[in-house]
Ligand binder design. Structure first.
Ligand code: SAM
Ligand code: SF4
Length: 342
């Protein structure tokens, strides 16, 4: 497909949409406390989940509008039966240049190699702590050693770059930011700290975790702590492929970068947004932190053709919010993070 034929997706705020995050399932083998709170979440019945054919159709149409990068997420993407096959099918779509995945890593010891062989380029693995006991506490069903093995398997398979995601929570794992950052001295793994994002009814469960009333940790403080420990961090945005929302830095002499994803405290965070999300039940979610979605599954199952779908997508992009309003107290409540995928 030639670049001239592509009429790009540009939203009303002049942001060009080139990146689609696809939640391939709302199910997960873990129950991370910040992602899936104790409220009862009912998983989607199978018939309410997009089929691989439907995902392919949506991606094919989006690729025609200039979307080049995909990220598969969940829930936990590796628990979707046939995930390796899906990667191969998406890889074959003209215009798709890059396929990444965000995973908790539990199944990577087995899947890293087949995923790479199917065409997955790179991977983000969630790792909030280096302490096995604490890992179990945060994820409830996770096993630190299995995930560590998964990271090594991803590296051995050639999934690169590897990025490790850590949600920083005050009083839970903020005492480990120096140890997590120090991984970049030993390994070519980019460590990315993420601000905890709030989801939930009238803010009732916001930032509350196992008796800690407010565990939100602004990452500005984390950066200051790292600079106390390692000296000034060098700007390194240019060094990371698929850098997305992170601002990256490097400890002098390190093998990889440290990224800060600050959706809550970075003033112009939304101005750099180039993405939209597809939920497992076929809704186009225009902003992670805003409850505004456009249904694609319904029209597709009612027989909408690809031209119609493209028109629907183009109209949907015109409704992408300029920014989220979490800091004004408008907290997304329609879904929890596990149902969006980050
Ligand atoms: N199951 C996969 C995993 O854990 O990597 C993919 C889905 S998970 C929702 C994607 C990312 O979102 C993970 O890195 C996770 O740590 C992060 N996350 C989950 N809930 C969050 C929240 N409330 N605020 C910030 N990040 C969150
Ligand atoms: Fe599952 Fe990922 Fe959420 Fe943890 S962060 S509960 S692994 S979806």
């Amino acid at each position: 497909m030639t670049a001239e034929r592509i009429s790009p997706l540009i939203d009303p705020f002049n942001r060009r949409i080139t990146y689609l995050r696809i939640s391939v399932t709302d199910r997960c083998n873990l129950r991370c406390r910040y992602c899936m709170p104790d409220i009862h979440i009912r998983f989607l019945p199978r018939e309410k989940v997009l089929t691989f054919e439907e995902v392919e159709t949506i991606v094919r149409v989006m690729a025609r509008t200039g979307v080049k990068s995909l990220r598969l997420t969940g829930g936990e993407p590796t628990v979707r039966t046939g995930i390796v096959d899906l990667v191969a099918r998406l890889r074959a779509i003209p215009g798709i240049e890059d396929i990444a995945m965000t995973t908790n890593g539990m199944l990577l010891p087995k899947l890293a190699e087949p995923l790479k062989a199917a065409g997955l380029n790179r991977i983000n693995i969630s790792l909030d702590t280096l302490k096995p006991e604490r890992f179990k506490f945060i994820t409830q069903f996770g096993d630190f050693n299995t995930v560590w093995e998964g990271i090594l398997a991803a590296e051995a398979a050639g999934l690169a770059p590897i990025k490790l995601n850590a949600v920083v929570m005050k009083g839970v794992n903020d005492d480990e930011v120096i140890d997590l950052a120090a991984l970049t001295l030993e390994h070519p793994w980019h460590v990315r700290f993420i601000e905890w994002m709030p989801f939930g009814e009238d803010g009732a469960e916001v930032y509350r975790l196992d008796g800690i009333p407010n565990a939100f940790m602004p990452l500005t403080r984390v950066k200051a702590r790292l600079e106390e420990a390692f000296g000034p961090l060098e700007p390194a945005d240019a060094e990371v492929r698929g850098n997305g929302p992170a601002r990256s830095f490097k400890i002098r002499g390190a093998k990889a970068t440290i990224g800060f994803i600050r959706p809550i405290t970075e003033e112009h965070f939304c101005a750099r947004c180039n993405k939209v999300r597809l939920t497992a039940d076929g809704k186009l979610r225009l902003c992670l932190l805003t409850d505004h979605e456009i249904d694609l599954m319904g029209p597709l199952r009612a027989g909408l053709d690809e031209a119609g779908l493209e028109a629907l997508l183009r109209a949907a992009i015109q409704t992408k919010p300029e920014r989220h309003l979490v800091n004004e107290g408008i907290i997304p409540n329609l879904r929890r993070m596990i149902q969006i995928g980050g």
